[in-house]
Design a protein around this ligand. Sequence first.
Ligand SMILES: CC(C)(COP(=O)(O)OP(=O)(O)OC[C@H]1O[C@@H](n2cnc3c(N)ncnc32)[C@H](O)[C@@H]1OP(=O)(O)O)[C@@H](O)C(=O)NCCC(=O)NCCS
Length: 148
Amino acid sequence: MHIRRMTPADIETVVAIDTAAGILQPWSTNAYARELLKQTTFCWVAEVEGRLAGSLTMWEVVGEAEIANVAVHPDFWRQGIGRALVQTALDKAAELGFTRIMLEVRASNTAAQSLYRAFGFIEDGRRTAYYTNGEDAILMSRVETSGQ
Ligand SMILES: CC(C)(COP(=O)(O)OP(=O)(O)OC[C@H]1O[C@@H](n2cnc3c(N)ncnc32)[C@H](O)[C@@H]1OP(=O)(O)O)[C@@H](O)C(=O)NCCC(=O)NCCS
């Protein structure tokens, strides 16, 4: 598996992966194109034998970071790709000196919550009926301290 920064040529496949992975409100190709132009947004893809298997987008929010999107194609679930993508984001956040990393996840999405907990993210809030299907959003964050 190889992780690299996303390029415009990856976008259509990334959107297809988001959809296949069941992301509730997948971003459009235009939304990804806009993010790729920003200095404060970081998008990575994971490749397995030349095939795109997943992606992660993190952006800066005033000195902190937010994992805005992560998805792995179902063909590649439980092979460590999500973990590798999150680790890549955490490494970048540490390099840039971000003090906190935040994210929101659907209350029913126990797979993603387990992944984040394994990295020391803790639940620190909830937004009731946040998603279009009426589901709550769980807010999670990880405070960066030296040695973590
Ligand atoms: C969440 C997601 C990105 C995980 O990707 P992945 O490549 O399968 O994850 P990994 O193989 O790296 O798993 C790392 C750990 O996460 C947890 N995990 C992952 N999938 C899980 C599942 N289905 N059930 C329970 N725990 C799970 C486990 O702790 C796992 O470690 P283990 O395999 O050693 O037990 C993937 O399931 C996905 O794309 N889901 C749909 C999109 C999504 O939910 N995105 C997150 C929105 S906030």
